[in-house]
Design a protein around this ligand. Sequence first.
Ligand code: KG4
Ligand code: ZN
Length: 367
Amino acid sequence: MNILGIETSCDETSVAIVRDGRWVLSNVIRSQVELHQRYGGVVPELASRRHITTIIPTLQLAFEQAELEPAAIDAVAVTYGPGLAGSLLVGVNVAKTLAYVWEKPLIPVNHLEGHIYANWLTLPGQPEVEPPVFPALCLIVSGGHTELVLMRNHGEYTLLGRTLDDAVGEAFDKGARVLGLGFPGGPAIQRAAAEGRPGRYPLPRAWLGDRYDFSFSGLKTALLRSVEQYRKPSAARPSRKPTAQQPFPEYQPPEYLPGLPVADLAAEYQEAIVDVLVEKTARAAQDYGVAMVLLAGGVAANALLRERLRAAVTVPVRYPPPILCTDNAAMIAGAGYFLYRRGITAGLDLDVQADLPLVTRTAVTAA
Ligand code: KG4
Ligand code: ZN
């Protein structure tokens, strides 16, 4: 079964074709990073406008790369949440139009479930990825979410813990902004950390007792405090209030005196984040006797997190290749296949749901 997947929840426009939830035939990703970089983060209005201009050429390319015609598509899967409403609307409308014109089922996919199912995918020309086994423990770490979820079977999720404030990716992005490392912050911090040593400038870890919940906002505040002494006294904080001339204020990197230990601070910051994620995930894996740990979401691309988790957990730890960790449509088409097998489809009145949680499902009809 060939499923066309569409993903436009944030700042990547992506269209993919995946066979049987496992074989990626094409996965075209148009990143908007260069558009948002000067603002230091994603500007929702600019993101949705760029999706509008990019989605149709991306769709064409997905067919070209898979060397398929539209007649070969059996269903259309689309992210309908969580994400930016204006961005989600573009993908959902294109998906509904295609499903209507082709007279094929429409499958509504939760973006977070998509990230999990990236672990089932084999890229073209790559060795076959064995399907994960249950029960699995999923650590979902993205720009907007940090959740520890027990997956007993397809579609059977139990939330064990989540962040009480910032998401991990958000913590990386905010930390990078404080250190003047640019956007997106995760890869920038990872690069800077490679030149530094953790532990020289200690930062706190929020353990929260025995809970599986996370908290990262204190870490960011501690980082702010440790760079304060290096701030140039003369440096005026530019106003970031929108004006008619500048509706989207640009990001001004902070100005520091010489000597700010950027690499050491980045290394310690990354270490503090990874320490907490790994300790809680390893403990949950043991407590629930899972057969596997699955990493999912953009932060799953982090090399230190992967390495530490593998060392700390006794069962196999799986993570997608980096291109399938960050937002992409192949994971949406992949998840769509397993949803369809469970009878989940949507009508042409499907709406977006910006705050859609993973554990409950609405706006969906079981066939
Ligand atoms: O899953 P994703 O592409 O988008 C959301 O659904 O949010 O995740 C994006 C997040 C960003 O915060 C980015 O900084 C982070 O993933 N990220 C990383 C790395 N690559 C991307 N964080 C840490 N290390 C990385 N190598
Ligand atoms: Zn994502």
